[in-house]
Design a protein around this ligand. Structure first.
Ligand code: FMN
Length: 353
């Protein structure tokens, strides 16, 4: 096991980090898809990265997670990895964010590494193949046993969604189609995606109210969560939580990318002219703080998925201690290696959770 970790840190990562991050991501998704397509491929990955220790499974909102660790939205944005992620120690994946229409995303470069700061500067702009294609793929391939399928829904990054009405109807279209097709064990409404037409338009409580009021026309039998912004004041955050509660949302993912560039350890790593939200370590403390406040404010029955800057088992435990029921990550897996999920599960088992 130590060998797997050392190989990643000493050999694989230095080589991979020489190439364009989006190109590396595409190669890894294709490889994951290949390994996931055969039992032998899945077994090999499970032997390298799978978790085989004491039971750390958890049931949240009636859904059983083999491990309480999910791949956050934005990595498997087209739903191509639903056959492999359980072999890597993930209890779930949030596919997407999915939008009503296919979207190329923003102009490249869309991704940059801030290596010393353990962060990615993300300017993707919701690149994805659109809800129809993603539903068709998941229906055709199915989902690996032991993997919970969450679907993150956002609005198409196009001029048509720049008006309130256009944006709301975009979310509604995806939500309705997914729900009708019975795809997804839960849904997350991504209300906080930066770098899209019209800005982060649903972090305003009135606009969020309009959106959720329209989405409540869909009779949904599975849990609904919202992906929260972290770069806003607690007062505004609390107002957004009030709207979620008014519409009986089951919980929230806390939270999305960090917009405050002062949180970078090395500010020069992401020059101001390079637009984008920050993932990884710059999200860590703010998201943990907001998890704690959300738990105190919303009480024990409100589900919290802790997300942002989980780079180590200690970071994960801090999120659980702050009140998270489950955690999500992307950057930790990239900067520390794909053994991170197994290490986190091991740390939870050691604590008897
Ligand atoms: C490349 C990339 C793309 C992302 N795209 C999305 C997205 O489409 N929808 C979303 O809700 N969050 C998206 N995010 C945000 C992540 O889900 C997560 O909130 C953020 O990266 C913090 O977690 P981390 O520090 O573990 O990476 C993206 C993040 C990255 C790194």
């Amino acid at each position: 096991m130590v060998l797997v970790e050392k190989t990643y840190k000493k050999a694989l990562k230095p080589m991979l980090f020489r190439f364009d991050p989006e190109a590396v991501h595409d190669v890894f998704v294709s490889l994951g898809e290949k390994f996931g397509s055969t039992p032998a491929g899945r077994q090999l990955i499970a032997a390298m990265y799978g978790y085989r220790g004491a039971d750390v499974s958890k049931t949240v909102d009636g859904i059983r997670y083999e491990t309480p660790i999910l791949l956050a939205a934005g990595f498997d944005y087209n739903g191509r990895l639903t056959q492999i992620l359980a072999s890597m120690g993930f209890g779930g994946v949030e596919v997407g964010s999915v939008t009503a229409y296919p979207c190329e995303g923003n102009e490249p470069p869309r991704l940059k590494r801030a290596i010393e700061s353990k962060s990615l500067v993300v300017y993707k702009g919701l690149r994805n193949e659109g809800v129809d294609r993603i539903i068709e793929r998941i229906q055709r391939r199915g989902v690996q046993q032991g993997l919970v399928l969450g679907i993150s829904i956002a609005m198409t990054n196009a001029e048509s969604s720049a008006t309130l009405q256009g944006a709301v109807s975009d979310y509604y279209t995806s939500f309705k189609k997914l729900n009708d097709a019975n795809i997804g064990d839960y849904y997350t409404i991504n209300i906080s995606c930066p770098n899209v037409y019209g800005g982060e338009s649903f972090t305003d409580p009135d606009r969020l109210h309009t959106l959720l009021s329209r989405l409540s026309d869909v009779e949904c039998q599975v849990p609904r969560y919202a992906k929260m912004p972290i770069s806003i004041e607690w007062g505004q955050f609390r107002q957004l939580l009030n709207v979620l509660k008014e519409f009986d949302f089951d919980g929230a993912v806390v939270g999305n990318l960090q917009k405050d560039y002062d949180e970078l350890d090395i500010p020069d790593e992401a020059p101001a002219e390079y637009r984008g939200g920050l993932s990884g370590k710059p999200c860590r403390d703010r998201s943990t703080e907001l998890i704690k406040k959300t738990r105190d404010y919303c009480g024990p029955d409100f589900t919290i998925m802790g997300c942002g800057g989980v780079m180590s088992p200690e970071d994960a435990l801090a999120k659980f201690d702050a009140g998270a029921d489950l955690i999500q990550l992307i950057s930790g897996m990239i900067f520390e290696g794909p053994h991170l999920m197994r290490d986190i599960a091991g740390a939870l088992a050691e604590r008897g959770q």
